[in-house]
Design a protein around this ligand. Structure first.
Ligand code: HEM
Length: 493
């Protein structure tokens, strides 16, 4: 049975919840839901969230296929009410044993243990864009790749990239200068691709860059979503009959990346200016350069992992700030005191403590990577739960970050909760970038970029939302909105 669940955080902080159930017709339920929301216009923060209620444990095959269908449209459709209270949920889904782990200490142990690898099926959706790069590699190959990439993500290396982020932020604000209304999700998509292309290739998001943006957008809207064969197959390469679109778009994507690399080889920079220069200059223990395919796959990995996630973070931060004008104006005051153009080192970002907390709180409520999967190599036991070899472990930052046993007021937007945390990574139940040896290599890159791009926008505009239609989070690989709301842009005088 499907339900619509509404969390309406009212002015007094209480969280009434309305379930519209049962619903035979999604659209009808959605309309009914909006009527209810209209009745509760006292709400100052509204979220509509659709989930499947039936847990797929011991359900019928038809029930499980229905959940798979729901998840192919929205991976968040797998969660039900109890998941926000349970710390461990064992299940069997389409014959595959699994364990949802929301206990932060156990989740961190799993993410650190060599007994758990990325699920072999992760490659089905990701490989066409990231090839054999660091995102999917395992074992010794991964270790070597991660080590060779590390110098590109040190604070000093990120400092070198800051002018690229400032440039991308300025281009975003300039592009919106004459607009009084805009689809910011698209604008952020363009800005983050612009930032990552500048940082990777010293290129703007036009020409080849615009093609990459278009392929990435189409991929995320279509082939990135799981299909039925992803759920029933056991390996990365089984039952790939429906994956033609993934392969086609992957070929177009890599053809462009290869052209950008070939161009650089024919016209090298006199001194390293970007990530590609660093990759081209890397040498292994025998002094040999990286093979061409590896350079291509690492560039694809950085593009694939790096821009959609940051663009989502910016979208949800703008959405929350539009719903919370008081916090927005406080963040703007920080940016007025230290404009984005003045940022020269990571240290300068300390001038924006509230902005940083807003981004952390956004990542808590809307983690760009809402699911982290692992697969057990050998039998294990996690806090009394038996784990069979091959068992899928699901660690969902979405669930953990909204868990009722782990957070107070879990669905409220309260950036101040991070204000006194010099290192939010120390907050055990906060893992938007994962944990352990495979923790996101681009976390500082993403946070610096997001702060600079958001500051560039807020310096110039007050942002609001057109109409009151709530935005429903939809997850495939990343967590995006179900529709692209228009934002109002009022120039700051
Ligand atoms: C808001 C932005 C971002 C979020 C929320 C995010 C989140 C994550 C998470 C949760 C993981 C770990 C996945 C796992 O353990 O299975 C990860 C891995 C990774 N991320 Fe990010 N990421 C972001 C931005 C970036 C950026 C900007 C880059 C590169 C420029 C990047 C590159 C990578 C790579 C290469 C990995 C794989 C690391 C490995 O396996 O060793 N990410 N990211």
């Amino acid at each position: 049975m499907q339900v619509f669940t509404f969390f309406c955080v009212e002015s007094d902080g209480s969280v009434p919840r309305f379930d519209v159930t049962p619903c035979a017709d999604d659209q009808a339920a959605r309309l009914r839901a909006f009527e209810l929301l209209d009745m509760h216009h006292r709400c100052d923060f509204v979220e509509v969230w659709r989930g499947a209620h039936a847990r797929p444990v011991g359900g019928s095959l038809v029930g499980e296929l229905r959940i798979a269908w729901e998840m192919s449209r929205n991976l968040m459709g797998a969660w039900c009410e109890e998941d926000f209270d349970n710390l461990f949920t064992p299940y069997v889904f389409l014959g595959q044993p699994g364990l949802v782990v929301s206990d932060p200490a156990a989740a961190r142990r799993i993410l650190t243990s060599p007994n758990y690898i990325r699920p072999v099926k992760a490659g089905r959706t990701l490989k066409p864009l990231v090839g054999e790069g660091v995102l999917l590699a395992e074992g010794e190959t991964w270790k070597r790749q991660r080590k060779s990439l590390a110098p590109a993500f040190t604070p000093a290396a990120i400092n070198d990239l800051l002018p690229h982020f400032v440039g991308a932020g300025a281009a975003l604000a300039e592009g919106l200068a004459d607009r009084r209304q805009a689809d910011l999700s698209q604008a952020f998509h363009h800005a983050t691709l612009d930032a990552v292309l500048r940082a990777l290739f010293s290129r703007r998001a036009d020409g080849e860059g615009a093609h990459l943006a278009e392929i990435a957008r189409r991929y995320m809207e279509g082939p990135a979503h799981f299909n039925l064969t992803d759920f029933v197959s056991r390996g990365a390469d089984d039952m790939t009959w429906f994956d033609g679109a993934r392969r086609r778009q992957g070929r177009r994507w890599f053809a462009i990346v290869e052209r950008l690399i070939a161009e650089r080889r024919s016209q090298p920079h006199d001194r390293p200016r970007d990530f590609l220069d660093r990759l081209l200059s890397l040498r292994d223990e025998d002094g040999a350069p990286l093979p061409d395919q590896e350079i291509r796959d690492q560039c694809g990995s950085m593009l694939g992992a790096g821009f959609e996630t940051t663009s989502r973070l910016l979208f949800w931060a703008a959405y929350l700030l539009a719903l919370d004008p008081k916090t927005q104006s406080k963040v703007r005051a920080e940016c007025a005191a230290t404009p984005a153009a003045d940022i020269q080192t990571l240290n300068d970002l300390k001038a924006w403590p509230l902005m940083r907390s807003v981004l952390f709180e956004t990542l808590r409520l809307y983690p760009s990577a809402p699911l982290i999967g692992r697969q057990a190599l050998t039998a294990d036991e996690v806090e009394g739960h038996a784990v069979a070899p091959g068992c899928i472990i699901t660690i969902s930052p979405w669930l953990i970050h909204r868990h009722r046993k782990l957070w107070s007021a879990p669905t409220d937007f309260i950036p101040d909760r991070f204000l006194d945390q010099p290192h939010p990574w120390g907050v055990e139940a906060f893992l938007p970038f994962g944990a352990g040896p495979r923790v996101c290599i681009g976390a500082s890159f993403a946070l610096a970029e997001a702060q600079i791009v958001l500051a560039s926008l807020l310096e110039r505009f007050e942002i609001g939302l057109v109409g009151g239609r709530p935005v429903i989070p939809i997850a495939s690989i990343s967590l995006g909105p179900d529709h692209a709301p228009e934002f109002t842009l009022t120039p700051v005088t």
